[in-house]
Design a protein around this ligand. Sequence first.
Ligand code: COA
Length: 415
Amino acid sequence: MGKALDGVRILDFTHVQSGPTCTQLLAWFGADVIKVERAGAGDITREQLRDIPDVDSLYFTMLNHNKRSVTIDTKNPEGKQVLEALIQKCDVLVENFAPGALDRMGFTWERIQELNPRMIVASVKGFGPGPYEDCKVYENVAQCAGGAASTTGFDDGPPVVSGAQIGDSGTGLHLALGIVTALYQRTQTGRGQRVLAAMQDGVLNLCRVKLRDQQRLERTGVMKEYPQYPNGKFGEAVPRAGNASGGGQPGWILKCKGWETDPNAYIYFITQAPVWAKICNVIGKEEWATDPDYATPAARLPRLKDIFAEIERWTMTKTKFEAMQILNKYDIPCGPILSMKEIAEEPSLRQTGTIVEVDHPTRGKYLTVGNPIKLSDSPTEVKRSPLLGEHTDEVMAELGYSPEQISALRTAGAI
Ligand code: COA
């Protein structure tokens, strides 16, 4: 079966996490992703957080599936020529170097245009144009600068970063959308263009509801669904809301049976208005369904803390899975707090290809997250990440280099 991006060739100049998540998605959709790495070293993540000596780390293998790896010294004049040949052959160049690195290599937008006017140049940077544009940025810097950290955590504690890599993987996702959009526009214009996804912007886009709340706060001075209401104080900026829901349906994380010893024996419980009567029945507080102090969402808002405490008395008598089963019978929205161990062992995620076991020549078998986006006409087959420079000769031959030229370039240290 064909793949959605068959025939699209990507010059993948990405490293660490943000860029590689983007090009991995494109590879899963069928693009030929040629990862250019520095000879001898490669993407720095190959050796970061290693669990097996001298073997590519899980950090690297889980972000670079379905790609080919070539090693080129792009600061060597002959290496530069190889890169020029690649630029002429590819549709998209994706990079997430520190600001200015590509220009310093000699590959400015103008130079790339000269070589290939159809080329789409896609970049992840920490910040867009402005006071911080020259800064290097990693995941948590973006979470802090994009508004996520100031709005995450509990009111009486410091800002907190999330385990979800919204700065890196989130921005990689944004960039991938920019790339396929630019490819689509190119079918009309014949021209390439630059695509920029700044990590601060990507995080802020995911924190859209918090900018919504900032403006609500400025207008009304209070946000009734926040745990600060009615007893706490609101300041000038959106406060941290603990585990409160970001939407109009109040929710909280509640203890379940076994919470004393299992750090994940909890459930997220949403007191969705249409099922309020059912919630009252399940927890044995039938009278709340008609009591004017509890019967309407507005009446419940100042009492949410006590309401959740009462619901928790019920959830603590059930395991999170028992509670899930009972509550779903009544269409009460809830979600168990799943540990990574439970997720790794979940058979339904294996069946859908969301968790995949991959075999690797030096590492052996390992688990990875497969493609979370399922296309009915372009199924994803997750293939192991490449060894460093594994495809150098193959790609060089495709570019028209003879075996003699390849070995001369190798001797010169260009590849
Ligand atoms: N051959 C020769 N040199 C190469 C090369 C190759 N194949 N590939 C990269 N290089 C060089 C670059 O030209 C650059 O050199 P220069 O600084 O002399 O111009 C250097 O290697 C590496 O670049 P840099 O990106 O600065 O790496 P770093 O490890 O110092 O910084 C980041 C890492 C992530 C902080 C930085 O790349 C960054 O801010 N990226 C944008 C934001 C981002 O994606 N962050 C999230 C990462 S998950």
